[in-house]
Design a protein around this ligand. Structure first.
Ligand code: WTA
Length: 681
């Protein structure tokens, strides 16, 4: 039923059909030929006479568009019968029902069949110059062994496996092994603390197994991942087994619950397993993974992505936003613990048969030339990173870039937060030698893949620095005013919403569909609300202006201000956390703290203690950059803290404090302004 022959023949047949169609179109009309050459998936769509028309059709007749693309780009064991069944007003999203497929087959087997020796992964290990390559054949073998191992240890279709690992081949194989046997995965960023890990495991229910490594290595520093898992386990009684792989040679204490996987290339437990693992036949809408992200409450939400729609969207955006072509080496430096790692390190590139880089290190280890040395050594064609790293590297100077040959680079990408013009220009001029398009890509954990980016567009279409600009195929953004009305004119700003569903969007919040509806569909009924604000220029280009809710974005990592406020310290009566502009991190964390009456502590000691507590309860990146002690916080008469006012004070925008008429006691604001001014002096 699966591969090899089914897929191969389909593959050959379709590429044959493509060639024939393309040559026919070449004779019959130039513009149609362009579309077929640009996007073979769309060649059969009626009445499409250019890229602009294709984009229009993808919105006006999205079913035809997505049906054509899904048939062409994915390998199905049973074709779907219904393209979509969505109702945004109820948060109901279903794509490609009736269709059956396996994501790991789409990411591995079909490429193994056509080119088993192609490199799937290049693991750029923390130790510079020690990269390791894995072919599609090897990755399939590792995935199958791991899939069998998971099955032997009782993991069934519909279960959920937590993966707490740094970016490495075994982590990718673990994700794909889950997909192969029909289990969902829940990757938790390896920088999260034991408490944060435990919270994510407990929320997931039915999570009986964890995969981790003895220790992580990043920037030359060792992190005790297994120990962190041990601590988390104290509050996770449902977890039955922990698989432990060895990233370093240092042994760790093993308990009855732990199973050693031994070294990466010779996983002893895994070697017992067969290299053939029958893929589970999955429905399009079965869960592929949960991924936790911060919202505006203290509790992170487990967004749920499903099989076919997610994979299709990741693959299509990877191919067209970055202009990825067969044989390219794709270098996305995100950690697999974030959605960017899921979509553009793992699923998108592998679905397209790409060689994808797994970056384990930091931009400045062992020196600020690390990225560009890697680009030269691995011959990277597309480089995709975060503005925070670009801003950091810019400060070290051009010589670290110029030292290395970057002539293989074709496209540069940016993600996670707004990229300021200075960083954009430097990325374009210095890193890309002024010849590579820079794509500022806007999207979210919720959207599954890139929604707004300068490309694809005509090859010479303008790219405006610091703007995501153009919606992707099938994406229909709208801006809303404060009354909830759609803003139709250009040169205007509003709340960014999506008027139509697309296959990559999240389907629900794990165990809490009501929260899903309340957060994304209730604020503007009939629309998906992104939580971001945006500006639409005179030309109709989009520029993201930032979050409209209490979520801040530190070095491209989302964190809810409430999550930090929820870290309880006995000396603290109440606190309020806001984001402020930070020259490297994009946003920094500013915490206002009111002590309980009668508490006598040194502020510096308490600041240190609070920082330690936030690192321990959440992660280091969430730790406040400033802690301001205050007698009281500005509140409305109904007792709500006015964070809007605090934000303005922190940014020294006293003119922009806005309407203070609802404040309970305006003197509270004056006190805070004074305290901050004293501090700055
Ligand atoms: C922000 C990351 C400006 C935005 C893929 C969004 C951006 C949140 C951009 C999602 C961009 C992401 N320009 N802001 N190009 N990309 N953001 O879920 O506020 O970790 O809502 O997904 O990051 O963060 P998340």
């Amino acid at each position: 039923m699966w591969l090899p022959c089914g897929c191969t023949s389909k593959y050959v047949a379709s590429s044959f059909a493509r060639r024939t169609l393309a040559s026919y179109l070449h004779v019959s009309g130039r513009s149609r030929c362009n579309v077929a050459a640009f996007m073979p998936e769309a060649a059969g769509l009626e009445g499409v006479s250019g890229r602009a028309a294709l984009r229009e059709l993808s919105v006006s007749n999205s079913e035809s568009f997505w049906a054509a693309v899904a048939r062409h780009r994915l390998c199905w064991s049973t074709p779907f019968h219904t393209v979509q069944d969505c109702d945004l007003s109820r948060g109901k999203i279903k794509w490609f029902e009736g269709g059956k497929l396996n994501v790991s087959v789409n990411c591995l087997d079909r490429h193994v069949h056509t080119c088993p020796e192609r490199v799937a992964l290049i693991w750029e290990r923390d130790e510079r110059g020690s990269e390791m390559k894995y072919t599609y054949g090897e990755l399939l073998e590792m995935t199958c062994r791991l899939g069998n191992l998971l099955r032997r240890h009782g993991v069934k279709r519909g279960d959920c496996v937590t993966i707490y690992m740094p970016t490495c081949p075994l982590a990718v194989a673990s994700m794909l092994a889950c997909a192969r046997i029909g289990a969902a995965h829940n990757v938790v960023f390896a920088g999260f603390s034991a408490d944060a890990l435990a919270e994510r495991i407990r929320d997931g229910e039915m999570l009986l197994l964890i995969i981790t490594v003895n220790q992580g290595v990043r920037g030359g520093k060792v992190t005790e991942l297994k120990k962190t898992v041990d601590t988390a386990m104290q509050s996770c009684p449902t977890v039955k087994q922990v698989f432990v792989a060895m990233r370093t040679d240092n042994p760790v204490t093993m308990t009855a619950r732990d199973i050693a996987m031994e070294e990466v290339r010779e996983q002893k437990e895994m070697l017992k397993e067969d290299v053939v693992c029958e893929p589970a036949v999955m429905n399009s809408e079965d869960v592929l993974f949960l991924l936790y992200t911060s919202g505006s409450t203290g509790k992170p939400k487990g967004l749920v992505h499903t099989q076919a729609g997610y994979l299709l969207y990741a693959a299509l955006t990877h191919r067209y936003v970055f202009s990825y072509h067969d044989g390219d080496v794709f270098g996305c430096v995100a950690d697999i613990g974030w959605i960017t790692g899921h979509s553009y390190v793992v699923y998108g590139p592998l679905a397209n048969g790409a060689t994808t880089v797994l970056f384990e290190s930091t931009p400045i280890y062992p020196d600020p030339g690390r990225y560009w040395d890697m680009v030269e050594r691995l011959k990277i064609n597309q480089f995709y990173g975060a503005p925070t790293a670009i801003r950091l590297l810019l400060k070290y100077g051009d010589q670290w870039v110029n030292k290395y040959d970057r002539s293989t680079l074709k496209t540069l990408g940016s993600v996670g937060e707004p990229i300021n013009t200075e960083a954009w220009e430097w990325y374009h001029r210095v890193v890309g030698d002024g010849r590579c398009p820079v794509v500022d890509t806007w999207w979210q954990t919720e959207t599954g893949g890139i929604c707004i980016a300068p490309r694809p567009s005509d090859p010479d279409a303008e790219i405006v620095p610091g703007m995501a600009m153009r919606p992707f195929f099938g994406i229909n953004p709208v801006l809303m005013d404060t009354e909830g009305e759609v803003l139709t004119s250009n040169n205007t700003s509003g709340a960014l919403c999506m008027a139509q569903p697309w296959p990559g969007m999240a389907r629900t919040i794990h165990n809490n569909h009501q929260r899903f509806i309340d957060t994304y569909f209730q604020p503007y009924p009939g629309y998906f609300f992104t939580g971001d604000g945006a500006y639409r220029s005179e030309e109709g280009y989009y520029q993201i202006t930032g979050r409209l809710d209490d979520v801040i974005n530190v070095s491209g990592h989302r964190i809810g201000t409430a999550e930090i406020e929820d870290v309880v310290c006995p000396a603290v009566a109440e606190s309020a956390v806001v984001g402020y502009t930070h020259s490297i991190k994009g946003q920094g964390v500013y915490a206002f703290v009111v002590l309980k009456k009668g508490i006598d502590v040194q502020e510096a000691d308490l600041s240190r203690q609070l920082n330690g507590m936030v690192s321990e309860k959440i992660a280091k990146y969430a730790s406040p950059d400033f802690i301001q002690f205050a007698k009281r916080l500005p509140k409305t008469r109904s007792g709500k803290i006015m964070r809007r006012v605090l934000r303005k004070v922190v940014e020294s925008d006293l003119e922009g404090l806005g309407d203070l008429s609802t404040l309970d006691d305006p003197a509270a604001v004056q006190e805070i302004i004074q305290a901050i001014t004293c501090r700055k002096k």
